[in-house]
Design a protein around this ligand. Structure first.
Ligand SMILES: [Zn+2]
Length: 285
């Protein structure tokens, strides 16, 4: 299973719009996800720590995460969001490494939404203060009444194949030898297929066809939806976009197999990343 997927929570989305039912969920059985800012609190077994609503500050904004075997689960919006979510945070990755896949999915989803709240306290339309609504799955502006919804930003990440070889790139600033699938945000007005074709052409100068979807993964740093695709290239001549990438190369099935086994000609992306899953899918195809 892909990291950050497979949460056991029932989102109970019909209940979010029902203020009475939502208020009823704020009971003694309710659980509050322990967070220190955006860092997960850990219990003694290395799992996610949970407290009760009594642990939340009186004026805290609470997000209803869903039901865990009938028990309502909440998380507090922290004072500050993550100003630089792409930056490596070794302490966070160490904490996440001890979580079960199920706990990791709950943490990732909770992190993404409370971080969104912390960074959207003011209306994008009029600048007025916004307040939490629908159990935390909406914010409403107190001045102009605009409603704002949590973001999910689609990113295509794609394996490009030509003549039984895959195109992989090394980003600027990445360690020597580390390669991964090309990726980029989908832009307004684009389909997934068009986004894939544009990104590959921009970054490598290669034209692709027959784009197909493989798998997707929520990536909570801060709120991407990674959309894993495969496409074929008609030719292998590369014109690299040096503003984005340090290197692009074609790799054989043997190269990919060896890298996934921890050796060979390049360093594969980490197991938590969808790129690793995509390479495994291609190897086994
Ligand atoms: Zn407003």
């Amino acid at each position: 299973m892909l990291a950050f997927t497979g949460s056991r929570l029932d989102r109970a989305d019909n209940d979010r719009a029902d203020p009475e039912r939502l208020a009823g969920y704020r009971n003694w059985r309710a659980r509050l996800l322990a967070l220190d800012g955006l860092m997960p609190g850990m219990d003694e077994t290395g799992g996610l720590a949970w407290g009760t609503l009594a642990d939340a500050p009186e004026d805290a904004e609470l997000v209803f995460l869903g039901l865990d075997s009938g028990k309502p689960c909440f998380a507090c919006v922290p004072q500050l969001g993550d100003a630089a979510p792409r930056m490596a945070n070794p302490a966070l990755w160490q904490a996440m490494a001890s979580l079960t896949p199920d706990d990791l999915a709950i943490y990732g989803g909770a992190r993404s939404i409370v971080d969104w709240h912390a960074r959207h306290r003011f209306c994008a339309q009029c600048g007025g203060a916004t307040r939490i609504a629908k159990g935390g799955w909406q914010r409403d502006c107190g001045r102009c009444n605009a409603s704002h919804f949590p973001r999910t930003d689609p990113v295509t990440i794609m394996l490009v194949e030509h003549d039984s070889r895959l195109m992989l790139g090394r980003g600027k600033g990445w360690p020597e030898g580390r390669f991964s699938a090309l990726a980029g945000f989908v832009e307004p007005g684009e389909s997934i297929e068009e986004g894939v074709a544009r990104e590959v052409l921009e970054e490598s100068g290669v034209k692709v066809r027959d784009v197909s979807y493989i798998a997707s993964q929520p990536w909570p740093f801060p709120s991407q939806l990674m959309i894993g695709c495969h496409a074929y290239a008609d030719a292998d001549a590369i014109t690299i976009d040096e503003t984005e990438l340090a290197e692009i190369r074609w790799f054989s099935r043997e190269d990919v197999t060896a890298a996934l086994a921890g050796g060979g000609t390049f360093v594969a992306p980490p197991a938590q990343a969808i790129a690793h899953h995509l390479l495994t899918w291609w190897r086994d195809r």
